[in-house]
Design a protein around this ligand. Structure first.
Ligand code: ARG
Length: 472
């Protein structure tokens, strides 16, 4: 007869349909190591309360160690008859200890247990996710270091806008991931609360010590309200938001990489180890890693929606709906731990086509703003400068020319200020000649205020980011 944790007042067993609906051990079994941690702490607290003798505690801890070992080797496995991880582990304990095994359940409930297990699991796995994020940040920073001086077409609306340092663009992604790490660290501060001791919902009449248990399990404190403790899944929803945000950042980077690797862009070449072929077209090299990163962001967003929807109508305190918290959380953890290393590898091994980037950086009249700003520094109102350079763009298009192809006479016709020689600006500063303004390195170097794309600023930004990431 299968072990049930709640059989006493029931005459018959559960219907098959109920059993199949109710069982969660197929996905919550991964919580077993955390449940065992909680069990050890709980055994000690029962002992301190005088509810287990020295000898009983010793045998209990030995049995828990043995059970843990058996779980690791796979010698102890949950069966479909075990409703959940707690039931399976109690069966394992009873197999080892006989009736003494039945003493551990005193003063706790699966409601405070599951909330504790999930917090322990997530705090542990968030650390792993942070390590993988740091690897991706490092891969992006290493590429950025190589390409601080590489000019690339900076885009808005996917149209050439202004030239940027390609390193600057890569670091933009690092800032996003650094915020994600920061969010997870901040999340951990709130997640570090132990529900154990809350029992089913009201605490326990036994003289337990929730604060001591919290400390033993590495939490900062015990929950101050037992009803909140068993009902609260904010920590899971907040984690899922962090995961969804990471997913969105991965997706945007993935989308850029898909574009960069295309024949139209040809900004990068992916390493063979991080690209895939086609079963029919022999020439194909596909950006599947980047596409899966983009695609899997969908399920990360879905997981957040799923849990929020589960939570929204629940009265206090525990309701069985809460069992639905685990699959979205596990899926988010698994997804991130799959995608992050693949993206880090893709970024670390991609070869940047520097010549192609530099060649396309000025295309699409990307230096038009620089020309207009040269006029501004000679006292022309920006409105007029914008208009004049706009006409120049049309003139170039009609005559099939680029800015660089214009003669001195053609430039002078647009504005007498477009002189080859350096001149004084209205601000009293020396101004470069128009040819220098029309150079991409000049345009990059000119954007030298804090946060700008000048290669020197990019190198400073990289150094500062390295420190931030080192501390992560
Ligand atoms: N398996 C449940 C869950 O994942 C925990 C058990 C609580 N069940 C109960 N009927 N009180 O939420």
């Amino acid at each position: 007869k299968p072990l049930r944790l709640w059989g006493g007042r029931f005459e018959g067993g559960p219907a098959d349909a109920l059993q199949r609906l109710s069982v969660s051990v197929q996905f919550d079994w991964r919580l077993a190591p955390y449940d065992l941690l909680g069990s050890r702490a709980h055994a000690r607290v029962l002992h301190r309360a005088g509810l287990l003798t020295d000898d009983e505690l010793r045998r209990m801890l030995e049995a828990l160690d043995d059970l843990e070992q058996a779980c690791k080797t796979g010698e102890f496995r949950p069966t479909v008859a075990d409703e959940d991880v707690h039931t399976a582990l109690e069966r394992g304990l009873l197999e080892r200890l006989g009736s003494l095994g039945g003493k551990l359940r005193a003063g706790r409930s699966r409601n405070d247990q599951i909330a504790t297990d999930l917090r322990l699991y997530l705090r542990d796995h968030v650390r792993r996710i942070v390590s993988r994020l740091v690897e991706l940040e490092t891969a992006l920073m290493n590429q950025a270091e190589q390409h601080a001086d590489t000019a690339a077409p900076g885009m808005t609306h996917l149209q050439h806008a202004q030239p940027v340092s390609f390193g600057h663009q890569l670091l933009a992604h690092v800032h996003a991931f650094a915020r994600d790490v920061d969010r997870l660290r901040d999340w951990d501060r709130r997640a570090a609360i132990s529900p154990l001791g809350s029992g089913a919902l009201a605490g326990s009449s036994l003289p337990l010590d929730p604060q001591a248990v919290a400390e033993e399990l590495g939490f900062d404190a015990a929950a101050p309200n037992s009803m909140d403790a068993v009902a609260d899944r904010d920590f899971a929803a907040e984690f899922l938001f962090c995961a969804a945000m990471i997913g969105v950042h991965l997706s945007r980077l993935g989308e850029e990489i898909v574009l960069w690797a295309s024949q139209e862009f040809r900004w990068i070449e992916m390493d063979d180890a991080y690209s895939t072929g086609s079963s029919i077209m022999p020439q194909k090299k596909n950006p599947d890693v980047a596409e899966l990163a983009r695609g899997k962001s969908g399920r990360l967003i879905g997981n957040l929606m799923s849990l929020l929807t589960t939570l929204k109508g629940l009265p206090l305190t525990y309701n069985r709906d809460l069992q639905e918290d685990k699959e979205p959380v596990f899926d988010a953890v698994d997804t991130l731990l799959l995608v992050l290393p693949a993206m880090a590898g893709l970024v670390a091994t991609m070869r940047v086509n520097t010549a192609r980037l530099e060649q396309s950086a000025p295309e699409g009249f990307a230096l038009a703003t620089d020309l207009a700003e040269l006029l501004v520094r000679k006292g022309v109102p920006f409105r007029e400068a914008h208009e004049a350079v706009g006409h120049l763009v049309v003139y170039c298009q009609v005559n099939d020319k680029d800015f660089a192809d214009l003669t001195d006479e053609e430039l002078a016709k647009v504005s007498p200020h477009f002189t080859a020689a350096p001149a004084d600006g209205v601000d009293g500063k020396d101004l470069p000649g128009v040819r220098e303004v029309l150079s991409v390195p000049g345009a990059l170097a000119a954007r030298k205020a804090y946060g700008g794309t000048a290669p020197d600023r990019v190198r400073e930004q990289l150094a500062a980011l390295r420190e931030v990431v080192d501390a992560q």
